[in-house]
Structure formats: C-alpha cells, structure tokens
Design a protein around this ligand. Sequence first.
Ligand SMILES: NC(=O)c1ccc[n+]([C@@H]2O[C@H](COP(=O)([O-])OP(=O)(O)OC[C@H]3O[C@@H](n4cnc5c(N)ncnc54)[C@H](OP(=O)(O)O)[C@@H]3O)[C@@H](O)[C@H]2O)c1
Length: 300
Amino acid sequence: MASQTDTDVTIIGLGLMGRALAGALLAEGHQVTVWNRTAAKAEELLAQGALLADSANSAVNASPVTISCVSDYQALQQAFASISDELDGRLLVNVTSGDSAQARDMALWTEQRGAHYLDGAIMAVPTTIGTAEAVILLSGSKSAFDREQSVLDALGTATYLGADHGLSALYDVAGLSMMWGVLNAWLHGVALLRTAGIDASTYTSFAVQIAQGTAGWLAGYADQVDSGIYPPDDATLATHAGGMAHLVEESERLGVNAELPRLFKSLVDRAITAGQAEQSYPVLIEQFTQESRTSSHHGR
Ligand SMILES: NC(=O)c1ccc[n+]([C@@H]2O[C@H](COP(=O)([O-])OP(=O)(O)OC[C@H]3O[C@@H](n4cnc5c(N)ncnc54)[C@H](OP(=O)(O)O)[C@@H]3O)[C@@H](O)[C@H]2O)c1
C-alpha cells in the first residue's frame, strides 16, 4: 500500500497559482496529473514529470485527491462540466476564490457525487507556495483534512478552520476587511500629515506603532464582544465621539478627504442614539451585525 506521502494528486487549472501548486507537489515526489483549458500551460510541468489528462473528468478520476484552482466559480463550473456523476469517495480541495455561499453549494455538489470536500483560500502569492509562508485556509471535512494533511502541508501552512465549508471564504474576506481598514486609515493619516509638509516615510513609524498598539487591544475586546458586556474600562463611546468630531473637523479644515472619519463618527453616533454612550468601543459590533443602510444590493 502506498504511504500517505505517495498520494497521487490532480490539479485542475494551471494559471499562475495552479502551476505553483502542481510544482510544489512534484517537488515533494507526488505523482501529479494536470488538466487545464489551455493545455500548453502544462508544458513545464510535464517536463518535471506531471501527467496530462485529456479532460477534467479523466484528470479527477486519475487521483484520490483533486485540487481545483481556476479564476472563479463560473470558470469552475465550466471546467467541471464534463465531470461524471460518481466521484467515489475522492477528495476535492477547491482553492478557487469565491464567497461562502458558493463554497457551501460546491460542498453539496461534491457530496451528492459521493466525494469529500474541503474549501480553501490561499493567503499567499504563487512564489511562496511550498513554503511555510504560504498560509492555506481550509474548511469542511475534518477526517479528509487529517487523512490528506501531508498533501496539504506540501503546499504551505495548511490551517483547518472547522466543518462549515463557508469558513475559509469568510476568513478570507474578513482578513481583507482588516487589511483595507488598516491601509485606508494609514493613507488618511498620510494625507493629514502631508498638509504640514511631513512625508509618508517620516510619519509611518508612528503609524505602525499605533496600529500595533491597537491590535494589542483586540483579544480583550473580543472577550467583551463574545460576552455581550462592554465595561468602559478604558474609554466610553462618548469620549471616542468627541475625538472623532475633532478628526472630521480637522480633515475638512485642511481640505483632506473626510469620508472615512465621517463613517467612523456616524457609526458611533448611531450607537449613542441607541443609548450606548457610556459603554466601551466594541459595543459597536451591534452596528456591524445590522445590514447597512446604504446596502449595495438593489432591487430587493
Ligand atoms: N495569483 C495569486 O496571487 C493568488 C493568490 C491567492 C488566491 N488566488 C486565487 O487562485 C485562483 C487562480 O488564480 P491564478 O492567479 O492562477 O489566475 P490565472 O493565472 O488568471 O489563471 C486562471 C485559471 O483559470 C482557468 N480558467 C479561467 N476561465 C476558465 C473557464 N471558463 N474554464 C476553464 N478554466 C478556466 C484558466 O485557464 P486558461 O489557462 O485556459 O485560461 C487558468 O487555469 C483565483 O481564484 C485566485 O483568486 C490567486
């Protein structure tokens, strides 16, 4: 019987990321079967020992584990159009970017065909695949994750999140929200300091200090959110609202875009109107768990 590290693996999709995944598995000594809509992209991998399947269906049937990595779910649907109804206990690991509903639908589609499903989100660029730096979030079948962990570890730091197939996509977008939150706040600060002739490089060591200090509060605040009790041990929302008014006014006075501080302030003002002025900042979770008043969904 083959040992776990000998597991054959199929890769569907040989774009920048798919080729990196296939390369990492070949480097670990796995037999790798590949399929891509444009077969020419397989050439380099074939020279390294990969096998080329003539259809996505035969590719999936060539290995107990298939990893799919195409542009989006529409591409995935087209790539999988030829897949037969029986997947016979195989494992599909889909690392195509998408949302949590698409991941859960894909899990259903896979399980209806008798296969196991892990949904993945790759938090890395192709050049880091195969190193510990490449974090790969996975959610779905725990037993499949455990069984094929050596395959997943060959791709990077494989991180299991839970049985709900939507979790990888949710962590993915939550991480993006964190990233853009920090980046936009930093840029707003750069714009403020620029009005005084301070360049971004000079300001940024202070910005990093503030970002790291704020990040240090999150674990304690998470306890407040989880318990639903918001003791104002550090500052009340009323105090935050005063600082925010100042930030909005200073931005407007200096001719700096004030949309971001106005958004901060409108969230806090709503919480204060709801009677939460004397609670601590994380009580604002209640503003985030409600649907936005200016939702981007139209025609409801
Ligand atoms: N690159 C990154 O840094 C990165 C990082 C994290 C996550 N990801 C995710 O990984 C996935 C792949 O990204 P990538 O960088 O490899 O993209 P890419 O280089 O643009 O490759 C796209 C892949 O999708 C295939 N494809 C597109 N439309 C198709 C269709 N209608 N039918 C069949 N195959 C189709 C392409 O096939 P052809 O070769 O025939 O066009 C190609 O294999 C995306 O979901 C992306 O968000 C990428």
